[in-house]
Ligand binder design. Structure first.
Ligand SMILES: Nc1ncnc2c1ncn2[C@@H]1O[C@H](COP(=O)(O)OP(=O)(O)OP(=O)(O)O)[C@@H](O)[C@H]1O
Length: 283
């Protein structure tokens, strides 16, 4: 029997408190067992990345956390009143429709100017409010999508391959923004990404999924785990090491100036401006 049960009395969750507790989760879709006996917890303030091959159940897991899919077995317990912000894998906005960013944020639920401005600022997109959705670059569009997810003041931010289509510096800038959001509002973040070498380095914890949890832990731990290497080979480990190595150099990040305790979210000396990505804080 499935259950979604409260884990604690309503109220402000403390830093590190469990927001989502998944125990023995099994999900069948049609005849297929997509997830089998998945047990994991998401805690306030942490950034967790889910990696895994195509079809390994990553989106299904996110949808189960969102409550869009019911467990076939096992439980998903959410902190009472948990607010979830979701950045989907794809959102098609009719590019022929005249629609400003500000108006987009009021669809389908109208939000106040103050709330829209606050969310845009947090997403590093304050200057985009009056822009047409159709004229945004990929990176700008994703920041607007992030702003939309932030409107609910989330305890948990869920991102499903949110940087698809962005170049590597653009992705790294986006994940840097996610870290800043996490620091500002103290939410937990769970995200799926195929850009392992970028996103793993920006994560506190990595969960390697292949229908079940193959391995999990700190990025370095997972990257060197035999289960992970069996799925992804050793290439990512090398890329991760290279990325950290690059970042260890004292290069000037033009106004970045963020004190990040060893996490990687910069983008090296790529030497090109990729169309309005905001690498620093716009606030
Ligand atoms: N509604 C559905 N009905 C039946 N099977 C489904 C449904 N949705 C997903 N699946 C199957 O579940 C499996 C996992 O899909 P899921 O989208 O969760 O994988 P994923 O790891 O997110 O993949 P990708 O990396 O390609 O996005 C796949 O085999 C998929 O075909």
């Amino acid at each position: 029997m499935t259950a979604v049960r409260p884990t604690a009395p309503a109220g402000a969750a403390a830093q590190g408190e469990t927001l989502v507790d998944i125990d023995g989760l099994t999900i069948r879709l049609g005849r297929e067992v997509v997830l089998r006996d998945v047990t994991l917890a998401l805690r306030r303030g942490e950034i967790v990345t889910i990696v895994g091959p195509n079809g390994s159940g990553k989106t299904t897991l996110l949808r189960a956390i969102l409550g869009a899919i019911r467990p076939s077995a096992g439980t998903i317990s959410r902190f009472p009143g948990l607010r979830i912000g979701y950045v989907p894998q794809k959102l098609h906005v009719d590019r022929t429709l005249p629609l400003t960013v500000r108006r987009f944020l009021s669809l389908p639920v109208r939000v106040s100017d103050a709330d829209a401005a606050r969310a845009l600022t947090r997403a590093g997109a304050a200057e985009l409010s009056g822009r047409q959705m159709s004229g945004l670059s990929g990176g700008q569009f994703q920041r607007v999508m992030l702003a939309r997810a932030l409107l609910v003041d989330p305890d948990l931010l869920i991102l499903d391959e949110a940087t698809q289509g962005l170049d590597q510096p653009g992705s790294a800038a986006f994940y840097q923004r996610i870290e800043e959001v996490r620091r500002e509002i103290g939410c937990a973040v769970v995200m799926v990404s195929h850009e392992l070498h970028v996103v793993m380095a920006a994560s506190d914890r990595v969960i390697c999924l292949n229908g079940h949890v193959c391995c999990e832990g700190a990025p370095e731990h997972v990257a060197s785990a035999p289960e992970y290497r069996a799925l992804f080979g050793t290439g990512t480990q090398g890329a991760l090491a290279l990325y950290r190595h690059e970042h260890d150099h004292a290069h000037d990040h033009k106004g970045h100036g963020h004190g990040h305790d060893g996490h990687v979210h910069g983008h090296g000396d790529h030497g090109h401006d990729h169309d309005g990505h905001d690498h620093g804080s716009a606030t």
